[in-house]
Design a protein around this ligand. Structure first.
Ligand code: TYD
Length: 205
């Protein structure tokens, strides 16, 4: 297990939920407090991950659901080992755009892979590392669609029912782990969403 000196916060939610905008605001907030911040993402933060990202999001033939799950997990294993853990050990605040809960929500609830298995595989990929806090940005389907625009990648084009299951999956995860996972109403304007985020971060940290 990592000796936890830093802080690890993950940002989750369906496509078009606005989490990346909020992540950047949180990064600025911590930097203003004098913290050293690492902003990163899954899939595809570093070398191998970038190649996997290209494959996962833009491969134009069918990918078997289990193969898709393992591609995300492979990216995560590399990411945790090479970037996230060392940064936490150095005392940094690590802000990660998507992480383990994306696999549970998308491959588990969305694609129908076995949820307990996905959780076990996540545990292997992360060597047991668990975020200190996870923010789930919850947004209505209509707003998400509007924010996404017309150019969609392979996951974004997976269909309305798929994305509905993903959203429900996230809410279920939050219900099961209320200490770690907090749901944010992301239908509101950016500043109002950020107020909720700040409140939770200040309560928790
Ligand atoms: P990305 O362009 O990073 O989208 P976003 O800005 O919404 O994060 O694409 C990542 C896509 O991959 C997104 O549709 C969610 C999906 N995904 C999974 O299905 N499983 C995972 O484990 C991860 C990390 C992402």
């Amino acid at each position: 297990m990592t000796e936890k000196k830093g802080l690890f916060i993950t940002f989750e939610g369906g496509d078009g939920c606005g989490k990346t905008t909020q992540l950047n605001l949180v990064a600025k907030y911590f930097r203003e407090k004098g913290k050293v911040v690492l902003v990163t993402r899954e899939p595809g933060s570093i070398g191998l991950g970038q190649k996997l990202r290209e494959l996962i999001l833009h491969y134009d033939e069918d990918i078997a659901p289990t193969a898709e799950a393992f591609l995300f997990l492979a990216d995560r294993a590399q990411h945790v080992c090479k970037l996230i853990k060392p940064a936490i050990e150095q005392g940094k605040v690590v802000l990660c755009d998507r992480h383990t809960d994306s696999s549970v929500a998308y491959q588990g609830y969305g694609r129908g892979e076995n949820i307990e298995q996905i959780k076990n595989f996540n545990n292997i990929a992360t060597q047991g590392l668990i975020p200190d806090l996870t923010l789930v940005f919850d947004v209505s389907e209509d707003i998400a669609q509007k924010r996404l625009g017309k150019e969609k990648d392979r996951m974004e084009s997976a269909g309305r029912n798929f994305h509905k299951r993903v959203r429900e999956g996230y809410l279920e995860i939050a219900k099961q782990e209320p200490q770690r996972v907090r749901v944010i109403d992301a239908n509101l304007p950016i500043e109002d969403v950020f107020e909720q985020v700040k409140k939770i971060i200040n309560e928790k940290i």
